[in-house]
Design a protein around this ligand. Structure first.
Ligand SMILES: [Zn+2]
Length: 676
């Protein structure tokens, strides 16, 4: 097994500036050891070479006195710490770039972009297509690096100030795309969607050549970047942004890690927890409690403990979070033995729709992610691309429920596989405008999924002031809506015509008067259902024809969680491998280790957030974790508390966890299934 895949690694990135050289290799390695790091990410080449390159198109750091790299790698290896070299080929020094205008990215007006002496390069120019490979070969032939990381891969359209420069219009892009390049990111333009596919395909093609080059020189070298194609580990970031609406998505780290493990077996997730606030404030940290929470989420979901600072770790102007980082890295080290061979345990598959797919709606995914997390459902996140495979039916068969969050374009292959899945006893929920567009983004009125029990539908625009109403009969099906007869419906939706086999609940109330108060009453009722349940073969499908995830993400209320809870508990009767008696702000994960019949259960305490402020969480007491009796659990221990008491229940054996601080991991031994 490779060094990066045996168990989650502790990884520290010191994103060095030119002025950080020279540095003392011994002191650097010693500090990394004190933080319990297994690997470091160190700037090696690209924008600035931190080694004495001989290539004329590679700008070398003028502060190189002698070659630091061999000494540094030796010192790190002596401590068992791996060296991952960082490269960034997105820009080139302007002295070099001005000699090669054919390498450069071009704006709509044909001009290149220069930022602090660096010129933006286009993926289709020879700097990225050829010179990058020569740089890699040189560095890898010279130094025994354990891995390489690539920053800013693909097509970059903004600079560090956040200025948008548009879709590249260079001659190389023109020729390779083969038709007129779109001049704006217009979701209504089919050419734009074709361009996004072009970007994906050309990025993949280059990355496969990069991989061949690296493997040709160092077969044991790990490859790391932000895409899944041709890599061993997928990088992502939990970062903050001054221009983003606050508060940010609480589960960002968890989503980043889970979408890797759910989608790409064999790849590992390296989700960088970014120390600083945003590019203009790279020397000021986010709240230490936020950094700690992000690391804790990486931890429980099996991602790397990946921490990233600008410059040297011991010279940060803001060092407030560093003791927490060290403490969490030590905690992670304490379970190194637990993690070997652990695989995720999930009852539900939440599909992440491809970003380049028409109608892509990230908020629906985040809203449903939140609903599932708050329900303590064990779920995987699967990228749509991972399902576009011949063995898709096998992937789905592992789950008791599949959820399509507002998947506007459902490919014929996936539709066929889902029909087989439901017919064989699977459960399916589709939400929002799922199935309402064809592959070119054109509206259609029939979905290609027989299992849904919907003959036709008509897309309706968002009409603020619309509701769905639950009747007395509906409350029998959706008992958690007791006391909430009207649910606001603030998104576009589908008016569905169900076929006779389907059962429907909730009825639309079209927009009525909402002012003045004397006139706030609704006289009309519609026939359109807000929930369609269809038995199909041995299974059951559920259509929720509006964007409940999006709505819950934008303005969370109690109505949608109650509705959702009723769907999974009472309509679908979702079996749960593990149940949790814990507040919604406890996030959970579970893994199995078949080799020694162990379950690992992770918990993170998300309390402590007060609006936009993130503080240390308040301790949560007396949690109960129910392990399905099919496991025959015999003992349980917690990383923080030690041995835990348990008591048998009807379907579950209940383990008592007296207190949860920020995070914990439980190891539960169970009898082999055959001995139960
Ligand atoms: Zn270009």
């Amino acid at each position: 097994m490779s060094w990066w895949s045996e168990r989650p690694i502790r990884f520290i990135q010191t994103n060095l500036r030119e002025i950080d050289l020279p540095l003392d290799p011994q002191a650097y390695a010693r500090l990394m050891g004190e933080y319990h790091a297994d690997a470091v990410l160190f700037n090696l080449g690209g924008i600035v070479a931190n080694y004495p390159t001989k290539l004329p198109f590679h700008y070398a750091n003028p502060r190189i006195l002698d070659d630091l790299i061999p000494h540094l790698i030796e010192e790190l290896h002596r401590k068992g710490i791996r060296f991952v070299g960082r490269f960034d080929f997105s820009k080139v020094n302007e002295v070099i770039g001005s000699r090669h205008p054919e390498w450069l990215y071009r704006r709509l007006d044909g001009q290149p972009v220069t930022y602090n002496g660096q010129m933006h390069c286009c993926l289709n120019g020879d700097y990225q297509q050829k010179c990058s490979l020569e740089i890699l070969k040189e560095a890898l032939e010279w130094y025994p690096v354990d891995g390489v990381f690539f920053n800013m891969v693909g097509y970059q359209t903004t600079d560090y100030s956040g200025v948008y420069h548009g879709i590249c219009q260079c001659e190389n892009c023109r020729q390779r795309f083969g038709e007129t390049l779109p001049n704006k990111e217009d979701a209504e333009d089919p050419v734009y969607w074709r361009y996004l596919r072009f970007c994906q395909e050309t990025s993949k093609e280059l990355f496969h050549r990069i991989r061949e080059t690296i493997r040709g020189v160092r077969p044991e070298c790990a490859i790391n970047t932000y895409t899944h194609e041709g890599v061993d580990m997928i990088r992502s970031e939990s970062n903050s942004g001054l221009r983003r609406p606050q508060p940010e998505f609480v589960y960002e780290s968890s989503l980043n890690v889970r979408r890797v493990y759910g989608s790409w077996p064999g790849l590992v997730s390296s989700n960088a927890v970014v120390h600083f606030i945003d590019f203009p404030y790279r020397h000021a940290g986010v709240a230490p409690a936020l950094t700690a929470r992000r690391l804790a989420q990486n931890f429980i979901h099996g991602g790397w403990m990946d921490f990233y600072v600008i410059g040297k770790l011991d010279e940060q102007p803001d060092r407030a979070c560093l003791p927490r980082v060290k403490e969490l890295f030590a905690l992670h080290q304490a379970v190194d033995d637990w993690r070997t061979g652990a695989v995720g345990l999930a009852d539900v598959c939440l599909v992440a729709v491809d970003r380049a797919s028409p109608g892509h709606n990230a908020e629906e995914l985040k809203g449903l992610f939140t609903l599932l997390s708050e329900e303590h459902v064990l779920f995987d996140v699967l990228e749509e691309e991972a399902l576009d495979q011949p063995e898709v039916e096998n992937r789905l068969a592992r789950y008791r429920l599949v959820i399509l969050p507002d998947m506007a374009v459902i490919s014929p292959r996936l539709a066929a596989a889902l029909d087989v899945y439901v017919s064989g006893g699977g459960r399916l929920i589709v939400t929002g405008l799922s199935g309402s567009l064809d592959a070119n983004g054109i509206t259609q009125t029939q979905v290609g999924l027989a299992c849904l029990g919907v003959d036709h539908f008509e897309r309706r625009d968002q009409a603020r002031g619309t509701y769905f109403e639950a009747s007395e009969n509906d409350l029998g099906v959706l008992p958690d809506l007791a006391g909430v007869s009207w649910i606001p419906m603030d998104t576009p939706w589908l008016a569905c015509e169900p076929n006779p086999s389907a059962m429907t609940c909730l009825r639309a109330i079209p927009v009525g008067m909402f002012g003045p108060p004397e006139k706030c009453y609704y006289l009309k009722r519609g026939d359109e259902p807000g929930l369609i349940v269809n038995p199909f073969g041995e299974g059951l499908s559920v259509v929720v024809p509006w964007q409940i995830g999006t709505q819950q993400f934008r303005f969370p209320t109690h109505a949608i969680p109650r509705f959702f809870h009723s769907i999974i508990e009472h309509v679908l009767k979702l079996p749960r491998s593990i149940r949790f008696e814990a507040p919604p702000m406890v996030e959970v994960s579970a893994f199995t280790r078949f080799a020694d019949h162990a379950l690992l259960i992770g918990l993170v305490n998300l309390s402590g957030q007060n609006g936009r402020s993130v503080h240390d969480p308040l301790p949560i007491r007396n949690l109960r974790i129910g392990i399905s009796r099919s496991f025959g659990a015999v003992s349980a221990q917690s990383l923080s508390v030690g041995e835990l008491a348990s008591e048998p229940g009807e379907d579950y054996r209940w383990i008592e966890l007296p207190q949860l601080e920020l995070c914990d991991m439980l190891k539960i031994h169970y009898l082999p299934i055959t001995e139960v």
